[in-house]
Design a protein around this ligand. Sequence first.
Ligand SMILES: [Zn+2]
Length: 347
Amino acid sequence: MSLPPALTRIADGIHAWVPQKNGTWGFANCLVIASGTEAALVDTPYDGPLTRTLMAAATAVLPEGARVRTIVNTHANGDHTFGNAFFPGAEIISTRASLDHLCLEPDPEAMHLLTHTTPADEPLGWYMRKHFGHYRYDGLQLRPPTRTFTGRHTLHVGTVPVELIEVGPAHTVGDLIVHLPEQATVCAGDILFVGDHPVHWEGPLSRVARACETILALNPRTVVPGHGPIVGPEGVRDHLTYLRDLETLIHAGHAAGRSARTTAEAIIESGFHSHLGLPERLLIQTAVEYRHLDEDTSAPDLIALAREAAQWAFDRRPDSPAPDAVPARHAPEPDVWARRHDHARSV
Ligand SMILES: [Zn+2]
């Protein structure tokens, strides 16, 4: 797997790591902030090899003797947090809601089981191996946040002011964005995807749109998305248009009494933003939006959502036989999302 050997410079002491390949899951962007002997990271990669690649690249731009003492997690998804394990002693900051949300996230062991023990010839197992099989989850320890806040929180990395602004619930229940006012830069986390269809797990889409408006109100010159290339404010405006158009289509399907699956498939087949990767995410997104429209407050069945998306992609894989030649079989998966972590109350 080829990864960028160098960071992208945004301003003095501010660099981004942008490992995105279109049509992939898990290659999240990270931001390195350095000033004097202080350094901070916004988000950490999905596993050990990725984190070591990032830090090797960061060594070239970090001042002599600088150490990462602070990590900001934009939200609790593993592709933004699992690398926390490689910074013992660092303070890890997130929103309070993000820490609470950790107990609903699959941990590294759960991801390892889902990726390696689900049957490889069935949709979910095939999809997990295709998109997550190259990550090394075995033996990874979770390092949850050590400091949380609600609303806003400002910190300094050396002399660089860093403003954290809670914008969740949106992509997840506990999203934050990172604003560097002196560099006119915003780190959007997964409020913003560039190059692939987004997957906003919490929703509704109107909340993600509102978070995009919060980013634009900061008048940034540079916006680092959670996934995909760095953009200017026009990239955020494009995503806002995407979100509003998608919301209109999903709400129309719901009002017409169509199932979430039928609505999602119709949206994909209409060619909605067909230049973007991972169209199967629209099945998840539509189901999440329907939950809000139906005022369904029960815990979402994430594995059922993942299975729907996997089935859609499986049926359209390049070497796929005709869909009716494939009998539907559902082997039980490990009960990974039923597990709960005790550490989430340790702060
Ligand atoms: Zn992500």
